[in-house]
Write a protein that binds this ligand. Structure first.
Ligand code: HEM
Length: 477
């Protein structure tokens, strides 16, 4: 009897999403740096030549999307297979320039000014936008550690590493480059993921970094759920031009920008100090006021965030039999128009209301990390908070819109017009423009009801808007 060789099963080769391999787009925009240690250095150039000399050194150390994404994939595969593997390490560097920094290093600054005429928020910088964004009182620029004076910071450097030793080694090299080119350090922030059970959580205790936009041409599409990221139901894929210039955006066209901005992105950095004991006390106090019976502080905190500390969403199950969805990001608020499960004041509902076609042009790629020591009752005074970082191609239509029109604005109701409402109690603050009440009115499905009166326990202590250029543009500077 002859044995017929069986043909090897054909392995379908899925095409690689083109941006996945980009060596032009800097890391952290599409592929997250995702490191336990991150330093943020805000620096100032002595003059154009010094700035250009410094940038030519940074060019050799800057990390690109393909390298970061390869690493992230290898890291998560090996973690799934063997648990944490300390031998897989990498140190990443990203460099961005403020408007003032671009003017310093440009050969023809007048051309840059003309090119950026419509980039009002970027050219004005966050200090001049502060009043509009609710950065007043103790959050006003006069108290900021950096960024208050638009001409103070020329570049933002993010250095990310797996260990403090690796980070410090890299920082030593960078400090040497600074010294060689007369570049001065305006301020440095040190980000550090929290330890133990709080790993991946922010200082109030909630898991962070769960919901991020998926990006067409970078992430694969799920075959069974068109329009969603592979294996991540609930993560809608949006056009790459929402985050990177020179690519199609949700409007159908690439964002209007000069060619030198192609494959670059706009970066927001905000140093947000968190008063953890203030938040904890307010949540206990306000939970007791609920009627007809009090609710637990844990539940009230979850209502204000939209997720439990574990990251599990409060969202009403899409399918009551199987639970919320396939994972912690697979939900919308369409089945909860009154906010009985996720109140309309909840941080995640206001910052991403998930009414699809309208929300997707407001998405931001968040890349934050906590700074400062972990909170303990004995140490509630230390300066701690979130280094909030995000990327997008329009400061006005993305970050500023989310902060101003959604978080701060009591007239915006991310549900039925009649739904109980209130501003975002995590980061929202009422600006003069919106006279409505800032209180958060919550009516839950079990009938418990309360009006939460609490101040914002997040204070802005520094801010920068910067442009993260492509590698080719960096090379040409
Ligand atoms: C999500 C906390 C600042 C926008 C979240 C989550 C937490 C959180 C716990 C849920 C986890 C997740 O889905 O990733 C905080 C804290 C902040 C802060 C403690 C300040 C100290 C901001 C700011 C903005 C913002 C300034 C933008 C103006 C968002 C967005 C989401 C989110 C867009 C994802 C919502 C979703 O897609 O469901 N934040 N956040 N956050 N936050 Fe913040």
């Amino acid at each position: 009897m002859s044995v017929r060789p069986t043909a090897a099963p054909e392995i379908e080769q899925l095409p690689e999403p083109p941006l996945r391999r980009s060596r032009e787009i800097q890391g952290n925009i599409l592929a997250a740096f995702n490191k336990d240690y991150m330093a943020f250095r805000y620096v100032r150039f002595p003059d154009g030549a010094g700035g250009r000399g410094w940038l030519s050194v940074m060019l050799n150390t800057v990390s690109v999307t393909a390298a970061v994404e390869d690493f992230n994939e290898e890291f998560s595969l090996s973690r799934r297979a063997y648990g944490q593997d300390p031998s897989i390490t990498a140190t990443w560097v990203g460099v961005s320039l403020t408007y003032e920094g671009l003017l310093q290093v440009a050969n023809r600054p007048a051309d840059v000014t003309a090119d950026l005429e419509s980039f009002t928020a970027f050219t004005q910088g966050p200090a001049r936008r502060a009043a509009d964004l609710g950065d007043d009182g103790t959050s006003a620029p006069q108290y900021w550690l950096f960024g208050a004076d638009n001409s103070g910071v020329h570049a933002v450097l993010i250095v990310a590493a797996d260990t403090a030793t690796a980070l410090n080694e890299k920082l030593e090299n960078i400090a040497a480059a600074d010294a060689a080119h007369g570049v001065t350090l305006v301020h440095q922030d040190d980000g550090r993921t929290l330890s133990g059970d709080l790993r991946g959580h922010e200082h109030f205790g909630y898991k962070d970094g769960i919901s991020q936009p998926g990006v067409k041409d970078f992430h694969r599409e799920d075959r069974d759920h068109p329009g969603h990221r592979e294996n991540r139901q609930g993560t809608v894929l949006v056009e790459p031009g929402e985050f990177v210039f020179g690519h199609k955006s949700e409007s159908g066209q690439p964002p209007a920008a000069p060619a030198w901005m192609n494959n670059g992105s706009l970066q927001v950095v905000r140093r947000l100090r968190q008063d953890v004991s203030g938040w904890n006390q307010a949540v206990v106090r306000e939970a007791e006021k609920f009627t007809p019976r009090t609710i637990s502080p844990d539940l009230l905190g979850a209502c204000l965030v939209g997720r439990w500390k574990s990251g599990k969403p409060l969202a009403k199950p899409q399918n009551p039999v199987t639970g919320t969805g396939s994972d912690d990001n697979d939900f919308t608020y369409e089945n909860d128009p009154q906010g009985e499960y996720t109140p309309c004041a909840a941080h995640i509902r206001r910052t991403h209301p998930r009414h699809f076609e309208r929300s997707q042009r407001r998405r931001i790629m968040r890349r934050g990390i906590p700074y400062g020591p972990e909170y303990t009752i004995a140490d509630d005074e230390s300066d701690r908070g979130l280094m909030f970082v995000c990327y997008g191609t329009s400061l006005e239509q993305q970050f500023e819109f989310v902060q101003k029109i959604w978080s701060n604005n009591p007239d915006f109701v991310p549900g039925n017009d009649t739904a109980p409402n209130g501003i975002d109690k995590v980061t929202g603050t009422v600006t003069g423009e919106y006279p409505g009440t800032p209180d958060a009115h919550i009516v839950l499905a079990d009938g418990s009801e309360g009006t939460v009166k609490m101040q914002r326990f997040v204070q802005t202590t520094g801010a920068v808007y910067a442009f993260t250029p492509s590698v080719s543009t960096l090379r040409k500077l």
